[in-house]
Design a protein around this ligand. Structure first.
Ligand code: GLV
Ligand code: MN
Ligand code: MN
Ligand code: MN
Length: 403
């Protein structure tokens, strides 16, 4: 087991950054102050290990531990993200970054020397919580999304992505991190479900990521007086929206899939008026691409049908869709020999999925989460399990970047 001191020291350094005093959750929005502070923290943590960080034009970061004999063979990159969802937990993202740094410490304590470049990386805006596009940093560096497509995205306050990036002191024209050097990517992550708890193991490997995505539902109706408008005379988009939320829940349950409406915008948002517009965002996930497409089509059909009966209208727009990802089976089989780690699927999206889609052999390690709660201040992992994760990651990196 690795020494816990470095890990716990780093964890303590990060704990206050972007933390809400009222909920205890984290608000680490990309290109805002907490996330900028974390970027500086990561650069310093690498520097204190003698590694130099490159920060690209949108804030992705990488630091390479070079072999003593310079090598142009592709390297092994490990890392995760430091941004959070709104009121998120401490572990989703930062656990993979802190574990990457701690694994380097473990490898050095073991006297390990890499024979190929070993990189530590952080991808920006993984959660898509500010600009609505999940894994935006890794999508941009792999070319899955172009800067020209992304720059016009707006956050909830109407700020353009291009302006947010410039306000954070970054310049996309300076270039993006190159993935040409990345021969293999490994992301360690807190588990966001209950597979490892149920199996009573601290560490697992990922087999696949379910296809998932976000769709914006724009419902429009007629603003009107809440008192004087008879119930039968209303064209109420909130009603259509509410019935759509129920339909989504039913469809997901029937099909064994997932559907969530977690974000809503209401205009004009007054208590005593029927709203004129309601915008609701569907997050849907399924075990197959066809299953996802079928479920979203059925939810949209039922919503449309309901809009017809309510005298409202509906436009559905896909915002961020990721197909199914099967992680490299040969790599998973090779890594599975290093520990007694079950290979489990996940319904959560990760930068690892984007790098895998770009043709880079990719693996993920999961660390047990005792309640399975995530995207919440209650997300948790026990320190002993985190240290088991660091040790597992060190073993994986030694296997992949060793002789
Ligand atoms: C990201 O964590 C996601 O799966 O939404
Ligand atoms: Mn994450
Ligand atoms: Mn997340
Ligand atoms: Mn994620």
């Amino acid at each position: 087991m690795p020494s816990s001191r470095a890990f716990e020291d780093m964890w303590r350094d990060l704990a206050p950054v972007g933390r809400s005093a009222s909920s205890g959750g984290y608000f680490r929005q990309p290109w805002a102050s907490a996330e900028t502070e974390l970027r500086a923290w990561f650069a310093e943590a690498c520097a204190s290990r003698g590694l130099t960080v490159e920060t690209d034009g949108i804030g992705n970061q990488v630091a390479w531990w070079e072999p003593s004999t310079p090598s142009d063979v592709p390297g092994v990159l490990t890392g995760s993200h430091l941004d959070s969802v709104l009121d998120g937990g401490a572990y989703d993202g930062p656990l993979g970054v802190v574990s990457a740094l701690a694994a380097v410490d473990v490898l050095r304590d073991r006297g390990f020397e890499p024979s190929r470049p070993l990189g530590l990386g952080v991808f920006v805006e993984e959660e898509g919580s500010r600009f609505g596009r999940a894994c935006l940093g890794s999508r941009l560096v792999t070319g899955a999304t172009t800067w020209d497509e992304a720059r016009e995205l707006r956050d909830r306050d109407g700020v353009f992505l291009a302006d947010a990036v410039a306000d954070a002191g970054l310049d996309p024209s300076a270039g993006l991190l190159s993935v040409d050097r990345v021969g293999t990517f490994v992301e360690l992550h807190v588990e966001q479900g209950r597979d490892l708890v149920d199996r009573e193991v601290a560490v697992g490997l990922a087999s696949e990521i379910w296809p998932h995505g976000r769709w914006r539902f724009d419902f429009a109706g007629q603003a009107n007086h809440a008192g004087t408008t008879r119930m039968e005379d209303r064209r109420d988009p909130m009603l259509t929206c509410a019935m759509t939320v129920l339909a989504a829940n039913k469809q997901a349950r029937l099909a064994g899939q997932r559907a969530t409406f977690g974000r809503l915008a209401v205009e004009p948002n007054g208590t005593n008026a029927v709203p004129s517009r309601v915008t609701a965002w569907l997050d849907a996930r399924a075990s197959s691409d066809d299953g996802l497409a079928t479920m979203v089509a059925e939810i949209s059909r039922q919503a449309d049908d309901r809009a017809g009966r309510d005298g409202t209208s509906l436009v559905v727009t896909p915002e961020s869709v990721s197909g199914s990802v099967g992680f490299d089976p040969d790599l998973a089989a090779r890594l599975a020999r290093l520990g007694d780690w079950p290979v489990v699927p996940t319904q959560a999206g990760h930068d690892a999925g984007i790098l895998s889609d770009a043709g880079i052999p990719t693996a993920m390690l999961f660390v047990r989460n005792p309640t399975g709660v995530s995207h919440s201040p209650d997300e948790h992992a026990e320190t002993a399990d985190c240290l088991a994760g660091v040790d597992a990651l060190a073993d994986v990196l030694a296997e992949l970047a060793g002789a």
